[in-house]
Design a protein. Structure first.
Lengths: 115, 114
């Protein structure tokens, strides 16, 4: 069964801490994404990557960075966490090909609380 | 730029009743349209999608959706809901199949009355 795994389901961090959210997929997908989910706002794209070592900004990249050193792994980094980054973070992946249907495969999410 | 509106924040229906969740989009050309479901504590799962062709699309779990260009709508329907359908439902619209250009609606939370 295809799988996107986010390493931490729940995290509690303090303001100013550096936070790493890890995501691994086993489907050999080229595309990987990080979304933020907040009540009433749906999903907003933070960053995405079409290939190893490449990244593109999404709609709300401020305060975040990403790393993609291997095809299967895409990390989201909060260099200095702030309370307004308290949220649910969702990782997703998709296949990139001529027959791509655009279907995103999501992890179960990482709920981050910044105190 | 495309946008998507889900006008209903929360809907409650009785088990066995029919369901329709509304989705309106804004986009100049024929959009790529999706419905995803998020069960409590889970990630999102694709229910169905529309790219072209037949405007009535069938999805998993007995759901269907109809693309109506004249109304800029892509409403999700199910003839008889089950308690396990309680979840949050997201409509999404894209300019193409590239997920970098997919915009999600704010979601509709569905509760089922026993």
């Amino acid at each position: 069964d295809v799988k996107v795994t986010q390493s931490s389901r729940y995290l509690v961090k303090r303001t100013g801490e550096k936070v790493f959210l890890e995501c691994v997929q086993d489907m050999d997908h080229e595309n990987m994404f990080w979304y933020r989910q907040d009540p009433g706002l749906g999903l907003r794209l933070i960053y995405f990557s079409y290939d190893v070592k490449m990244k593109e900004k999404g709609d709300i990249p401020e305060g975040y960075s990403v790393s993609r050193e291997k095809k299967e792994r895409f990390s989201l980094i909060l260099e200095s966490a702030s309370t307004n980054q308290t949220s649910m973070y969702l990782c997703a992946s998709s296949h990139q090909s001529a027959g791509n249907t655009g279907e995103l495969f999501f992890g179960e999410g990482s709920r981050l609380t910044v105190l | 730029a495309q946008s998507v509106t889900q006008p209903d924040i929360h809907i409650t229906v009785s088990e066995g009743a029919s369901l329709e969740l509304r989705c309106n989009y804004s986009y100049g050309a024929t959009p790529y349209l999706f419905w995803y479901v998020q069960s409590p504590g889970q990630g999102l799962q694709l229910l169905l999608k529309y790219f072209s062709g037949d405007t009535l699309v069938q999805g998993i779990k007995g759901f269907e959706a109809e693309f109506k260009r004249s109304q800029s709508s892509f409403n999700l329907r199910k003839p008889s809901v089950h308690w396990s359908d309680a979840a949050e439902y997201f409509c999404a619209v894209g300019a193409d199949s590239s997920a970098s250009k997919i915009i999600f609606g704010s979601g509709t939370r569905l509760s089922i009355r026993p």
